[in-house]
Design a protein around this ligand. Structure first.
Ligand code: AHR
Length: 646
């Protein structure tokens, strides 16, 4: 508390810089750190999956959109524009007799008497932003479509076009057969454009259309059954060096209001055409092209441990009214679903679900070590269900660690009650805390975990510093990022207790944010990294193995000193509006030069698509002689020093 008062005072007074001294002894190792501390939480919110990381450029590609949770957000014709030439000489309707498959029941039937029917899809960039699919000159795009015809003479052509239907690539023609057939093509864009996918059905008779896809040829996971992921976003995730990937939610993992909305992992695997779409509680739909198999593959691609979250036989408790929780008999039956999921991840190719994984392209098991049962749950009903489900997991898979939810808040009766239940009954579970708090809460609570019993294991599954709303959103500014950085010094000091931590939410598409702030923004062409992203990156790429003894004589600064086998990491956060000269006295450090990485600027500064690097880390050097180094901490900054050990 004294530290916070001091710091508030410093923020208010235009002070001349006062020198501070940080002393540390690299040989006095106090606590071992978690090597899984920094990871990612991915949820399909803000178009993070469909319209985001998932490389599909078409929206509502199989006419299945029907969002019973948000009817205004999605229906069967979302993103499609249909017209005929001449007018009135062709009709279209949605059908579901003899569909492509039972999971994908709706298709479009075009009946052409004369002339042509044109079917155009504008992708995900809808609303106030420029419409269309951002294609880039010289880039190739992989396309497929399922067609079937009845007594049709003529042809079906496909092309990437402008909004008026003028081709931006060479078009390709297909002759539909009498049964559902997949037709493929590759397009190369002639120029950068906001494009549409245009299907022209010309001739006489009727043609059925279903399940189309347009993806950039340059994508990650091309051979994954879902089709793959956007390369630039995967690269942005990789650069965070995540130790784990928590997925698929969040509230999405639980489902909202009705059991029909539960996230059923079995609907998200197998051939992509057979995955059963589901409304997304945040808007839009979930096509599940990024499904459980792809999540596991993504984790592997990122070098991260997969950390699935399954529901606990309860819909999202924050959303009412909701259908009844599973009865205890239903919970016992549902446990098999979770066991099947684990078998899918790690079972041999001779097991039912392991065989399916092998068929999908991954004969070796995935490195599954954790499973979270429940997201933001609380109360007796939850803990009873968690008890049944975690017991079933433990009995069959004793090496898998179960993660129990502690609820959606940082403080108060709810979380205290959760902790009482957990300490009494689930002491071997990792405990999932979530909190989104005002930015200043974070530096004020930097010591939160100092008092946790050292046998406790926390998974900080969701957190972010929230600034006051400006206009319609909470900005991702430097102040929020620095408050998170200050807090992370406390997390690192306590990483014997806090084993894992993930910022939330991870991704947001420009113009489609359901929730702010978010760590990474993107549009059709660009990726925008926030100051909070850089804090995560700076901390995760300088993770130590041990916390070492240290003391800083300026209580307005936040710091932690750690070490590995070969180097010392000193992290210092200066939240004040003045620079601070800092003397470092570090026992055990070799003479020579240390590396510095600094993030600083104006507290309210944000990055934007126009100025994406306004706040970005800057690297420098810091000479060190006889264990002493001198530095100047900029106003409003976080600096990470790395010194080689003797
Ligand atoms: O991260 C956004 C949401 O916040 C998650 O879906 C939920 O778990 C939390 O309330």
């Amino acid at each position: 508390m004294r530290r916070v008062l001091l710091w508030l005072l410093l923020m208010l007074l235009p002070l001349t810089a006062q020198a501070a001294t940080l002393t540390a002894d690299a040989n006095d190792m106090q606590r071992e750190m978690s090597d899984t501390l920094y990871g990612l939480f991915f949820e399909d919110i803000n178009c993070a999956a469909d319209g985001g990381l998932y490389a599909e450029l078409l929206q509502n590609r199989s006419f299945e959109y029907e969002n019973i949770l948000n009817p205004q957000r999605a229906d069967h014709y979302t993103a499609w524009r249909i017209n005929t030439t001449p007018e009135g000489k062709a009709q279209w309707s949605l059908m579901n007799e003899s569909p492509l498959n039972e999971s994908n029941p709706t298709y479009l039937r075009a009946s052409v008497e004369e002339g042509s029917l044109r079917l155009m899809n504008q992708g995900f960039a809808t609303g106030a932003l420029r419409g269309g699919i951002a294609v880039q000159e010289g880039q190739s795009y992989d396309f497929f479509i399922y067609l079937r015809s009845q007594g049709f003479s003529g042809c079906v052509t496909a092309a990437v076009t402008d909004a008026g239907g003028n081709p931006l690539c060479e078009s390709v023609s297909f002759t539909p057969g009498e049964t559902w057939t997949k037709h493929t093509a590759a397009f190369t864009a002639a120029k950068d454009a906001d494009a549409w996918l245009c299907i022209t059905i010309q001739g006489q008779g009727s043609v059925d259309v279903d399940m189309l896809s347009l993806m950039p040829a340059d994508r990650v996971g091309k051979d994954w059954p879902g089709g793959g992921l956007r390369t630039d976003l995967v690269e942005a995730l990789k650069a965070l060096h995540p130790a784990f990937l928590r997925f698929p939610g969040g509230c999405v993992a639980e489902g909202s209001y009705t059991r029909d909305n539960e996230y059923n992992w079995k609907h998200t695997i197998g051939p992509v055409e057979q995955r059963q779409e589901n409304p997304n509680t945040w808007g839009g739909m979930q096509t599940y092209g990024l499904g459980y198999y792809e999540y596991f593959c993504l984790a592997e691609e990122l070098g991260a441990l997969p950390l699935p979250v399954v529901h606990a036989g309860m819909l999202c408790q924050a959303r009412e009214p909701r259908e009844a929780d599973y009865t205890l008999d239903e919970v016992r039956a549902y446990a098999q679903d979770i066991l099947d999921l684990i078998e899918f991840a790690i079972g041999g190719a001779d097991t039912t679900w392991g065989a399916l994984r092998a068929d999908m392209g991954h004969p070796e098991p995935f490195d599954l070590r954790y499973i979270a049962i429940g997201n933001e749950n609380w109360g007796t009903g939850y803990f009873t269900r968690y008890g049944i489900l975690s017991k079933a997991v433990k009995e069959k898979y004793p090496d898998i660690t179960c993660i129990v939810a502690a609820g959606p808040v940082a403080e108060g009766a709810l979380i205290n009650d959760s902790w009482n239940n957990i300490r009494a009954k689930f002491a071997d579970s990792l405990v999932d805390e979530h909190y989104y708090m005002d930015s200043l809460w974070f530096p004020q609570h930097v010591n939160r975990y100092d008092s946790y019993p050292r046998t406790t294991q926390v998974f900080l599954g969701e957190y972010a510093a929230h600034e006051p709303v400006q206009g319609t959103a909470r900005p991702s500014n430097l102040r929020a990022a620095l408050c998170e950085a200050a807090y992370l010094t406390g997390i690192e000091r306590n990483s014997d207790v806090v084993r894992m931590a993930a910022y939330a939410p991870l991704l947001a598409r420009e113009g489609q944010a359901d929730w702010t702030p978010d760590l990474i923004w993107f549009n059709g062409t660009d990726v925008l990294l926030t100051p909070s992203y850089y804090v995560q990156q700076m901390f995760s790429s300088t993770l130590g193995d041990w916390v070492v003894a240290s003391f800083l004589d300026d209580e307005s600064l936040f710091h932690v000193v750690t070490r590995t086998e070969s180097s010392v990491q000193v992290k210092v956060v200066n939240l004040a509006e003045n620079e601070v000269p800092l003397t470092l006295r570090l026992n055990g450090v070799a003479d020579g030069e240390g590396k510095t990485t600094t993030l600083s600027g104006e507290m309210k500064a944000t990055n934007s698509f126009v100025k994406p690097l306004k706040i970005a880390p800057v690297e420098g050097a810091c000479p060190v002689q006889d264990g002493t180094a001198e530095a100047l901490l900029p106003a409003c900054s976080v600096t990470i020093f790395e010194f080689p050990l003797q």
